[in-house]
Design a protein around this ligand. Structure first.
Ligand SMILES: [Zn+2]
Length: 319
């Protein structure tokens, strides 16, 4: 399969011209999640309106990054996608533990049932949709340490990736200890080109980014329009260095609008249309149309297409 699976069906990745490589379209936290980490992004009319505006300005895809059990609702993603004309992909896997109720089965599971669950969500469909709307990518919530239940769920994520060819998308804590991820995942049979590390521009170490990109990893940058991260001193010089080094195939531009106060339709900023502004700035910085297209669409959509030819045929459960 060379097509990208979305919540509304398969699409040709080469037709995508503008994508939010790490986005949030809907978050409805389950009961039991502590109040200070309850992110609610669920104003349907506002979200649909802003997605429509995004579509009118060329926006074609949002990679929704909320995994099941932590606030994802694939049914809402499909409804919003159909209404606004923007393709959306859904995510399985796991986020940081604090986004789950204490009794969440995933955080008490062994690797095999967790892997089976991720595989089912990818190949059949997400649980809340009754198996009708599939996930596309596997998320790993990585806090910088590989141990305990996180390690068990990482093993499950690796198994699910190897069984399906799906990419693994990482939440990182501003890039903390991302060096440890490559040996772990390649040691579990997952090639670097299936690894997508997000929020890493908060650690704008060009030498490290170049090394990771040369290894085949995709790097997600999301601070272009966030003043608190000093984008003019950090992410803009970094992305220019990456492109100048010929690594424009290894970076994905993202917005990560998880909170309502980041949506214009909720009276916030920067909003989804900021992606259009980022394209203008990339152009003003002298980047080629090809580089811009890769950074703002092709890199992420191509990685999210499952690498079917790499799918393992070993019996399930033999980690
Ligand atoms: Zn996010």
């Amino acid at each position: 399969m060379t097509h990208l699976r979305t919540v509304t069906g398969f699409i040709d990745p080469e037709t995508i011209t503008l994508a939010d490589g790490h986005g949030h379209v809907w978050i409805e936290p389950p009961q039991g999640v502590a109040g200070d980490v309850r992110i609610q992004l669920n104003d349907y009319a506002a979200i649909e309106g802003e997605l429509r505006d995004f579509h009118a300005q060329g926006g074609a895809l949002v990679v929704d990054c909320q995994p099941g059990g932590a606030g994802r609702d694939a049914r809402q993603l499909a409804k919003l996608s159909n209404a606004a004309g923007v393709a959306i992909t859904a995510t399985t896997g796991f986020h940081r533990q604090k986004y789950y109720p204490p009794a969440s089965w995933l955080w008490h599971s062994s690797a095999e049932p967790a892997a089976a669950f991720f595989i089912e969500e990818l190949t059949v469909g997400t649980f809340e949709s009754g198996g009708t709307i599939p996930a596309t990518v596997i998320k790993v919530g990585y806090e910088g340490i590989i141990d305990g239940q996180t390690r068990i769920l990482m093993e499950a994520a690796a198994e699910a990736s190897n069984r399906t060819g799906a990419a693994i998308l990482f939440h990182t804590e501003r890039g903390l200890n991302i060096e440890a991820l490559l040996p772990f995942f390649t040691g579990h049979g997952v090639p670097c080109h299936r690894l997508y590390l997000c929020h890493v521009d908060k650690r704008p170490d060009f030498g490290l980014h170049r090394e990771l990109a040369q290894a085949g990893v995709l790097l997600g940058y999301d601070t272009f329009v966030r003043p608190k991260y000093n984008p003019n001193q950090n992410v803009w010089p970094l992305v220019k260095q990456m492109v100048a080094a010929g690594l424009d195939g290894s970076v994905a531009v993202c917005l990560d609008l998880a909170f309502p106060y980041m949506w214009r339709a909720c009276n916030g900023a920067p909003g989804l249309l900021a992606l259009v502004d980022i394209v203008s700035r990339l152009r003003a910085e002298g980047m080629s149309e090809s580089s811009i297209r890769h950074l703002t669409a092709l890199n992420v959509v191509r990685r999210l297409v499952w690498a079917d030819s790499e799918r393992t045929s070993k019996p399930y459960g033999s980690f």
